[in-house]
Each structure stands twice: as structure tokens, then as C-alpha cells.
Design a protein around this ligand. Structure first.
Ligand code: DGL
Length: 269
């Protein structure tokens, strides 16, 4: 059951709101739960409007504001934007709108992929929107001199997750091979999974690219950051017995909730 704002819950007992354009953020929710198993979570997937990666900034921003208003009305104590695309589109705007709420966004994990290393060759897989945005340009400009960074938009992977095709191994493999075909993988040091939907493909990507290439995503870094912020605000749940996960989706099709639950509990990815 979702409690309403009027219910008598303390700040600590409130849920952490998590949202994404669809089901990708479930990979983040899964990691958040590992780091903070005692917390309550309220997840919102915007599958009726996915993919964000092919849309205009104003449209993405409008959706994100609606979703965050809903999460705030339901009384969350923090918001995790479990979507690189939504973060590039409007994280500043959301922080301005809810100045007292801790809001954690995501960006492709390029920094952990290259820092402390020399002359790396890195493929950054992300949505078209994330890769063309100023935020990513700035991030890239910090590392571009020393490292070779390839931008790889892979919109079909988002569709495969949203359409429940992850287990169609032949289709997944063909799609991944097509995306990697232009690269000489023997020279690549790491691949950044810069979209939360792509984390579900970790094993299949590993199968195709081999063990020599590091696969880097931002889910653990984001979860650590959320934990640190809650600690700073003194709103970490330390008592047992409050944890639960509520999943909402903008699509009226109940299959999305079922698929979200399935993805949350799959052991391997
Ligand atoms: N999961 C989202 C991200 O991390 C985007 C997927 C989409 O295009 O909707 O960027």
C-alpha cells in the first residue's frame, strides 16, 4: 500500500522516489535495494512515453515535472532520477522546483572508466539525447585529450527491454553485433553502459565482447551517493520492518508492472 502525505509517517519512514522513462530504472532500484535494504521505495516507470532518448528536451522535462510532482505529493524523502536522459534534460530544473528535496541524477560513468588510467579507448553507449547534450559534451571534454572516446547511440536496446524481448537471445545478439560491428574491439578498454536500460544486457554484451573489456555502469556509484545524502540529512532508515517497494507505471497495460517485478528479481545482470 502507498501511504498518503497526510499519513503520520516520520521523515525517516518515507519512501525514496525513483523514476525512469520506463523499465531501465529497475536496474538502479535493484542496486539501491542492495545498498539500502531497509528503505521503502516508490518507483515510477513512464513506459507510456518511452523512449525519452528520441524526444525533445521540452517534452522530456514536462513529463519529468509531472512524475516528480506525483512522487512529491506521495511524500517521498528523496528522488533518484534513474535515467541518464532525463538527468541531462532537466536535473537543474527539478532541483529548482523542489529546493529542499535531495535529488540524485545520473550521467554515463565515463569518469570511473578512465580515471587513474592512461590512453584508454572507451565506447559510451547511451541514448541519442544524452550523447548530443551539453552535459555530456562537458563531461567528454574533461577526458578527450588523453583518451579516445566513441559515442554509440543504441536506441533499439531500449525498445528490446520495453517490449519484453530480453530473453530473445538471438535477436539481442544480432542487435548488439550490429552496434559493435564498426569497432575493432581488440583495441577497446571499456564500454560504458550510459543508459539504465542497458545494464540488463551486461551478460549478453560480455558474451560478445569477451572478458578483456571492462563494462562500466553508474548504478553502484549512484546508490552510494544516495546513501551518503540520506546520511547527511539524517533520514536513513536504520530499523527493520519498514522496507517495501511500490511500482507504478504510466501505461495502463498491467504487463509493465509484471515485467518490472520480474526484472527486479532476475539474479543475473
Ligand atoms: N533509461 C534511460 C537512460 O538512462 C533512457 C531510455 C529512453 O530512451 O527512454 O537514459
Amino acid at each position: 500500500m502507498i501511504y498518503e502525505e497526510s499519513d503520520d509517517v516520520t521523515e525517516i519512514e518515507k519512501a525514496i522516489g525513483v523514476f525512469d522513462s520506463g523499465l531501465g530504472g529497475i536496474s538502479v532500484l535493484r542496486e539501491l535495494r542492495r545498498w539500502m535494504p531497509k528503505e521503502r521505495y516508490l518507483y515510477f516507470g513512464d513506459s507510456a512515453f518511452a523512449p525519452y532518448g528520441e524526444k525533445a528536451r521540452t517534452d522530456i522535462t514536462q513529463r519529468c515535472i509531472q512524475i516528480c510532482d506525483e512522487l512529491v505529493n506521495r511524500g517521498v524523502k528523496a528522488i533518484v532520477i534513474a535515467c541518464n536522459t532525463a538527468t541531462s534534460a532537466c536535473v537543474e530544473e527539478l532541483r529548482k522546483r523542489y529546493p529542499h528535496l535531495p535529488i540524485v541524477g545520473m550521467e554515463p560513468a565515463l569518469k570511473p572508466a578512465v580515471e587513474g588510467k592512461q590512453a584508454q579507448q572507451v565506447i559510451v553507449m547511451a541514448t541519442r539525447f544524452t550523447l548530443k547534450e551539453k552535459k555530456f559534451e562537458l563531461l567528454m571534454s574533461r577526458y578527450q585529450k588523453e583518451h579516445c572516446i566513441y559515442k554509440l547511440p543504441t536506441p533499439k536496446l531500449v525498445e528490446l527491454v520495453e517490449q519484453d524481448k530480453l530473453e530473445d537471445h538471438a535477436l539481442v545478439e544480432a542487435t548488439l553485433r550490429e552496434y559493435f560491428a564498426p569497432y575493432d574491439l581488440s583495441g577497446i578498454d571499456s564500454i560504458v553502459l550510459g543508459c539504465t536500460h542497458f545494464v540488463f544486457f551486461r551478460e549478453q554484451i560480455r558474451h560478445i565482447v569477451g572478458n578483456q573489456i571492462a563494462l562500466v555502469d553508474g548504478n553502484a556509484g549512484t546508490s552510494r551517493h544516495v546513501l551518503e545524502l540520506l546520511e547527511k540529512h539524517g533520514t536513513c532508515q536504520t530499523e527493520d520492518g519498514h522496507h517495501d517497494i511500490t511500482i507504478l507505471n504510466s501505461s495502463p497495460d498491467p504487463a509493465y508492472i509484471a515485467l518490472s517485478k520480474k526484472l527486479l528479481n532476475i539474479e543475473s545482470f
